[in-house]
Design a protein around this ligand. Structure first.
Ligand SMILES: Cc1cc2nc3c(=O)[nH]c(=O)nc-3n(C[C@H](O)[C@H](O)[C@H](O)COP(=O)(O)OP(=O)(O)OC[C@H]3O[C@@H](n4cnc5c(N)ncnc54)[C@H](O)[C@@H]3O)c2cc1C
Length: 307
């Protein structure tokens, strides 16, 4: 019987593991399909406190893992495919094997939606991004493109004008899901240009290992053309990884975990940490902070139960 099983090995899960392990709870961390989480697919991270020169994303998250292992956390491969959180002890089906646990920390993140262009994944961290807050700083005086027509896309576009010389917003329709206020703000910004009824066919150039241009297509006329850009920001939403917990853990209409205060969920003994609940900040440091909160909450919960 595990005191705590942490689901997810990103910043949130690994930080929860550091705290749970130092509290002598011997946590088990289930790594999931993306060991190390989203930071494992990026390059330089410049906004995680403590690294004045920045640090590579994979190195940062691996360091947190090693720190947790040093204090006795155990990591396992595989994913939670099913969860029984109705009765206690809780039970998690990890790739076909059921594991009982007194407490569970869900730190499964929210995956960015991508456009699935032929070269997109190869250029993530090399000009392709899903986070203006994270990467905008790299594009001082450069040309960037934002894909999307919702509030997030408008917010990212406005934010990027602080750095970029030009921000092109590409949207497949000519009407926008974004709220009027966000759209008006973007339209009033002289650095933002709109390309509507337009989709991206691909992003280039994998031979240079950096974004240099995109191929665009007008969906009404079928015309295609290339446009030079240095940064390519996909802002078409995120998918919270909560499928195994649906119907038990309370989720909002987009599938994010609903916070019941101090990292708790609607189920006593089941906690959340990181982007799986946080649709607002989506940062490595906030995910790590929430991992700390969830582990301390789990520890106190176990203590009140005499473990
Ligand atoms: C390209 C890119 C660049 C970024 N750059 C920065 C940056 O510079 N600075 C910054 O602060 N933030 C950055 N971010 C955001 C940051 O990476 C996230 O906010 C952070 O990783 C969230 O951590 P998390 O642990 O909550 O989730 P994630 O990192 O998404 O980790 C989720 C974990 O859960 C696991 N998982 C999912 N489902 C299951 C399951 N069923 N069973 C078991 N495990 C499961 C996954 O395998 C993964 O290990 C960037 C994100 C991206 C995509």
């Amino acid at each position: 019987m595990r005191n705590v099983i942490i689901i997810g090995s990103g910043c949130a899960g690994n930080t929860a593991a550091v705290y749970a392990a130092r509290a002598n709870l011997k946590p088990l961390v289930v790594g999931g399909h993306e060991p190390g989480g989203q930071l494992s697919i990026t390059s330089l991270v410049e906004n995680f406190p403590g690294f004045p020169e920045g640090i590579q994303g994979p190195e940062l998250v691996e360091n947190i893992r090693r720190q947790a292992e040093h204090f006795g956390a155990e990591f396992t491969h595989g994913s939670v495919i099913e969860a029984d959180l109705r009765t206690r002890p809780f039970r998690l089906n990890i790739d076909g094997e059921w594991q009982p646990a007194r407490t569970v920390i869900i730190a499964t993140g929210a995956s960015a939606r991508w456009l699935n262009l032929p070269n997109e994944q190869k250029l993530i961290g090399h000009g392709v991004s899903s986070c203006a807050t994270c990467d905008g700083f790299f594009y001082r005086g450069k040309k960037v493109m934002v894909i999307g027509g919702g509030d997030t896309a408008m917010e990212e576009a406005n934010f990027l004008t602080r750095f970029a010389s030009e921000v092109a917003v590409v949207h497949r329709r000519d009407d926008f899901r974004a709220s009027k206020i966000m759209l008006d703000r973007a339209r009033a910004n002289s650095k933002i240009k709109f390309l509507t009824n337009t989709v991206v066919d691909d992003v280039h150039d994998i031979n240079h290992g950096a974004v240099t241009a995109v191929t665009l297509r007008n969906v009404k006329t079928g015309e295609t053309w290339q446009r030079d850009v240095d940064g390519f920001f996909v802002a078409i939403g995120h998918i919270p990884n909560t499928k195994p917990f649906a119907g038990q853990v309370e989720l909002d209409d987009e599938g994010y975990i609903v916070d019941h205060g101090n990292a708790t969920t609607n189920i006593p003994g089941v906690f959340h940490a990181g982007d799986v609940q946080d649709r607002l900040y989506r940062q490595a440091i906030t995910a790590a902070g929430m991992g700390c909160m969830a582990a301390i909450a789990a520890e106190r919960f176990l203590e009140t139960e005499g473990h």
